[in-house]
Design a protein around this ligand. Structure first.
Ligand code: NAP
Length: 523
C-alpha cells in the first residue's frame, strides 16, 4: 500500500496517523493512504519563509524563470508515469490526463518565457510618473517588489498537476516560496511530481514544500505578509475565510470557488450553421472531458426558446454515443468521478435539479460501463436536463453538480438570456456562440462584470478557440461573487498577488535611476 509523505522543512516526513485512503475510482480498489497528521506545520511554514524566501528574493526574474524551465523539463521527462497515475487514481482518460499534466508543464513554460522577458532585474516599475509639485522637481512612480511571506496553495482534487504548477509558476517567478497542499483523493500525482523535482535538486532549499494530508494546522501560523491561494468548493472557501488566524493576521487570500457557468447560443444561429455545430461540440465536451469535473465547465446551456426542443433532442442523440467506462480504454470518452462519495453527492444534486428540469439524457448511474462494473466504479452517466420554466429557476442557478451534468434553459430574447446568465451570481466563465457582432457587443458589455472570462466564438474563430472550460495562462482566471472573488494567472498580471506596489516619491533624476534597474511594465 502506497503511503504519501510530506516534503516539509527540507525533508520527506510521514504523518503519524492511520491516514485517509485514496482509490482507483474505476474499481473502488484502495491504492494507498495520505496523512500529514502530527507534522510541525509552524516549522514547515517558517522554513519556507526564512530559508526559501531570501534565496528566491536574491535571484532575478530571469534566474527564477530558469527554475521554472528546469521544473518543466523534469516533469516532461516523466510524462508516461504521470499519465498512468492520472488514469489509475483520477479516473482520467488519456486526453483528460493531458489537460492536467500538459497544462501544468505548459503553464510553467509560459511563465518561464515571461520571466525571461523581464530580465536580470528584481523590481518592476510602472510606465510614467506623476508631477506632484509646482516646479517639476518632485514626482511619483509606482514600483513592485516581492513580498517577504510564503505562498500557501490549497488545491482541488480535479487538477492535481495543473493546479499545483499554475500557482507555483506565478509565485516562484515573483520570488515567493510555496507550500502546496494537494487535495487528498488525488494527491498521489502531485506527490510523485514533487518527488522528481526534489530528487533532481532543481530548486533552492525551502522554495517548494508539499503537504499531503488534511492540512491540519497549515494556517495556524500564517502572517500578514503571507499569501493563501485556495481552489475548491464554495463551502471550504467560506470556512477558510472564517479561520480565526486568517481573520486576525490578514494575509492575502485568493479564493477560486465553484460557479454555475453558462453558455449562450445566439438568437442569430440557425440549425445547420457552422456555429451551431461548434456549440454542440462544446457541450459534448462539457459532458465528457474529465467526466465534467472542471470548475469552469458549462452548467447552464442557454438556447433560443424556438429552438430549445430541437437542440435538446440533438444533444441527447450525441450524448447517447459517448462511451462510458474504464479510462484506460482508448475509446472511452467518459471515465468515473473521483470516488463513489462524489458520485453519490452528484446523484443527490441531480435529484434536486429535476424538481425544476426534466431529464433528456442520463440522470444517474449508467446501466453499463465498458470494461468496468458501473456500480463498483464511480460512474455517472452524462446527464442533460431541460428546464421547464426559465422564469422560476433556483436550483439550476445555484447547484453545481461536479460531474458530466448540464441543464438547458430556453430564453425568449437576448435580454432574457443575459438575465439568466447573471442569475448565476458571478461565474468563472461564460461563452457565446454567435455570428452577429451586435449580439456579441450587447452580451459582453452586460455580463462581463459578473464573469472572470467571456469566450466569444464566431465563424472566423471556428474550431480555433481554446475551449469554454480551458484556462489559458495568458488570461486571468477567477470570477466575482459565487465564483469566490479571486483572480490568478493572466500572464504577468498574476504577479500582483505576490508583490507589493509602492508609490515612490522623489526627484525625476532619482526615479530614473530606479527605472534603470527595473523592468518597466503596467501590471
Ligand atoms: P474541496 O473539498 O473544497 O477541497 C479543496 C481543498 O481544500 C482540498 O485540498 C482540501 O483538502 C482542502 N481543505 C478542505 N478543508 C480544509 C481546511 N479546513 N483547511 C485547509 N484545507 C482544507 O474541493 P474539492 O472537492 O477538492 O474540489 C472540487 C470543487 O472545487 C468544485 O466545487 C469545483 O468547482 C471547485 N474548483 C474550483 C476551481 C477554480 O479555479 N475556481 C478549480 C477546480 C475546482 P482535502 O482533500 O485533504 O480534504
Amino acid at each position: 500500500m502506497i503511503r504519501l509523505e510530506s516534503f516539509v522543512s527540507g525533508a520527506w516526513n510521514a504523518g503519524r496517523g492511520d491516514g485517509r485512503p485514496f482509490v482507483d475510482p474505476t474499481t473502488g480498489e484502495v491504492l494507498g493512504k495520505v496523512d500529514a497528521s502530527g507534522l510541525d506545520m509552524a516549522s514547515a511554514i517558517a522554513y519556507a519563509r526564512d530559508i526559501g524566501g531570501p534565496a528566491l528574493r536574491a535571484m532575478t526574474f530571469a534566474e527564477r524563470a530558469a527554475l521554472l524551465r528546469a521544473v518543466s523539463d523534469i516533469l516532461a521527462a516523466n510524462r508516461p508515469r504521470y499519465n498512468e497515475i492520472a488514469i489509475k487514481n483520477a479516473g482520467n482518460t488519456a486526453s483528460d490526463a493531458a489537460i492536467d499534466i500538459e497544462g501544468g508543464i505548459g503553464t510553467l513554460k509560459v511563465f518561464s518565457r515571461l520571466g525571461d522577458k523581464l530580465g536580470a532585474v528584481q523590481m518592476l516599475i510602472e510606465p510614467g510618473s506623476d508631477q506632484l509639485a509646482k516646479d517639476d522637481v518632485f514626482r511619483a512612480a509606482h514600483i513592485w517588489t516581492t513580498r517577504p511571506g510564503v505562498a500557501i496553495h490549497i488545491n482541488a482534487f480535479n487538477f492535481p498537476s495543473w493546479g499545483l504548477w499554475e500557482k507555483f509558476a506565478v509565485a516562484i517567478l515573483a520570488g515567493v516560496p510555496v507550500v502546496a497542499k494537494p487535495a487528498s483523493p488525488t494527491a498521489w500525482l502531485a506527490h510523485e511530481m514533487v518527488r522528481d523535482v526534489v530528487a533532481a535538486n532543481a530548486l533552492p532549499p525551502g522554495a517548494l514544500s508539499l503537504v499531503c494530508g488534511t492540512g491540519e494546522g497549515l494556517l495556524d501560523s500564517v502572517s500578514g505578509m503571507d499569501h493563501i491561494a485556495f481552489t475548491g468548493s464554495h463551502d471550504t472557501g467560506a470556512h477558510l475565510r472564517r479561520n480565526p488566524r486568517v481573520f486576525e493576521a490578514s494575509p492575502r487570500l485568493n479564493i477560486e470557488a465553484d460557479s454555475i457557468n453558462a453558455t449562450i447560443l445566439g438568437p442569430d444561429v440557425a440549425n445547420g450553421h457552422d456555429i451551431d455545430a461548434l456549440f454542440r461540440r462544446e457541450i459534448l465536451r462539457a459532458l465528457s472531458v474529465k467526466a465534467g469535473q472542471m470548475c469552469t465547465n458549462i452548467r447552464r446551456i442557454l438556447v433560443p426558446q424556438a429552438r430549445a426542443k430541437e437542440i435538446v433532442d440533438a444533444l441527447a442523440a450525441d450524448i447517447a454515443k459517448l462511451i462510458i467506462g474504464n479510462p484506460a480504454d482508448a475509446e472511452v470518452r467518459v471515465g468515473p468521478l473521483v470516488h463513489v462519495q462524489a458520485r453519490d453527492e452528484a446523484v443527490d444534486k441531480i435529484v434536486a435539479l429535476t424538481r425544476e428540469a426534466g431529464t433528456a439524457a442520463g440522470g444517474g448511474i449508467p446501466g453499463q460501463a465498458r470494461d468496468a462494473d458501473p456500480k463498483r466504479g464511480a460512474f455517472l452517466a452524462p446527464t442533460l436536463l431541460a428546464a421547464k420554466d426559465a422564469d422560476h429557476l433556483r436550483a439550476v442557478h445555484e447547484i453545481e453538480v461536479f460531474g458530466p451534468v448540464a441543464t438547458a434553459v430556453p430564453y425568449r430574447d437576448l435580454d432574457h438570456a443575459i438575465a439568466l446568465a447573471l442569475a448565476g451570481g458571478g461565474s468563472l466563465v461564460a461563452s457565446l456562440f454567435s455570428d452577429d457582432p451586435r449580439v456579441g457587443q450587447k452580451v459582453v458589455s452586460q455580463i462581463a462584470n459578473a464573469h472572470g472570462r467571456v469566450m466569444t466564438v464566431d465563424s472566423t474563430v471556428g474550431k480555433a478557440h481554446t475551449g469554454h472550460a480551458i484556462v489559458m495562462p495568458q488570461c486571468v482566471h477567477g470570477g466575482p461573487g459565487r465564483a469566490g472573488g479571486g483572480e490568478e494567472l493572466g500572464g504577468l498580471r498574476g504577479l500582483r498577488f505576490y508583490m507589493q506596489r509602492t508609490a515612490v516619491q522623489g526627484s525625476p533624476g532619482f526615479l530614473n535611476t530606479l527605472r534603470g534597474t527595473s523592468a518597466e511594465i503596467a501590471l
